[in-house]
Ligand binder design. Structure first.
Ligand SMILES: Cc1cc2nc3c(=O)[nH]c(=O)nc-3n(C[C@H](O)[C@H](O)[C@H](O)COP(=O)(O)O)c2cc1C
Length: 259
């Protein structure tokens, strides 16, 4: 009988917000404070939903082994500054692949990734521990920025090792091979010695951002901005400063960080 004490209904409140109110059943207790309390609670719930929507989380992935001399790391730091301005109070998680244990896929890993938990050996569970952590971190983010060098026209092996950990059937991809990360955004900042922008002689040789867009799309992330930071050798050769180099990319970084 308890569940039949109240009947739910909706009406438009001030400013058109739906206000849920419960009509007292004939034999339920009536209090004067009840409707007012419910109104306040409803307002708080609506407010908290709004706060939740405006809060955002950024996962920033750094790849370069050149650490403080790395152009992609410095540009990623600039992107983070722009993102912080656009998302005050947003959460930022840093993931440095130079400091992350990234095992290659082996037989134990395959067992851990494709066998039901109750059939996995302790070795299999251990083999996918890094993958479990990295996929959880990725799925908690709304926006993922990857700052990476181009190595040999492609991505560094360490970034490929990371990707092999985060593409997980049943976790980030369904068993029907549909990406589960829909609705998220990504920005790829690609530092390279030569230029690969539209019309450049080597444009077609850029397998790095082409592949990153492909794999992000496979995970369900189709809203991907690519910032091509080419000709970094000019900085290393002293022909330009990082400040002047970065100034040309500032607008692209700011635009990508806004979403
Ligand atoms: C092992 C290695 C391979 C590289 N391969 C390429 C390449 O294929 N194309 C290119 O334009 N630059 C290449 N470069 C240059 C780097 O992409 C460039 O120095 C970039 O700025 C590195 O990123 P970082 O400054 O964030 O470390 C290579 C550099 C290294 C060390």
């Amino acid at each position: 009988m308890g569940h039949r004490l109240f009947v739910s209904s909706y009406r438009a409140g001030p400013r058109g917000h739906p206000v849920r109110e419960r009509q007292a059943h004939a034999d339920s207790p009536k209090t004067i404070a009840g409707p007012a309390v419910r109104l306040v609670v409803n307002r708080l719930v609506e407010y908290s939903k709004g706060v939740e929507r405006s809060m955002s989380a950024l996962l920033a992935i750094d790849v370069s082994p050149r650490l403080e001399n790395s152009v992609s790391r410095k540009l990623t730091a600039k992107f983070i500054e722009h993102w912080q301005s656009a998302h005050p109070g947003g959460k930022i998680v840093r993931r440095d692949l130079m400091k992350t244990r990234l095992p290659f896929i082996d037989l134990s890993w395959l067992g851990g990734a494709f066998m039901p938990a109750e059939q996995q050996s302790p070795e299999m569970k251990e083999a996918i521990r890094a993958s479990d952590e990295l996929t959880a971190e990725l799925m908690a983010a709304d926006h993922i920025v990857i700052g990476t060098p181009m190595f040999n026209f492609s991505i560094p092996a360490v970034l490929k090792a990371y990707i092999d950990q985060i593409v997980r059937v049943g976790v980030t991809v369904t068993t029907q091979y549909e990406g589960r990360l829909r609705g998220k955004k990504a920005t790829v900042i690609l530092a390279s010695g030569s230029a690969y922008t539209s019309g450049a002689k080597l444009e077609q040789c850029n397998s790095a951002s082409t592949y990153l867009k492909l794999i992000l799309g496979f995970l369900g992330i189709t809203d991907v901005a690519v910032v091509l930071a080419g000709k970094t050798l000019d900085i290393d050769a002293g022909q330009t400063t990082f400040a002047d180099f970065a100034a040309q990319l500032e607008e692209q970084l700011a635009d990508a960080a806004k979403v």
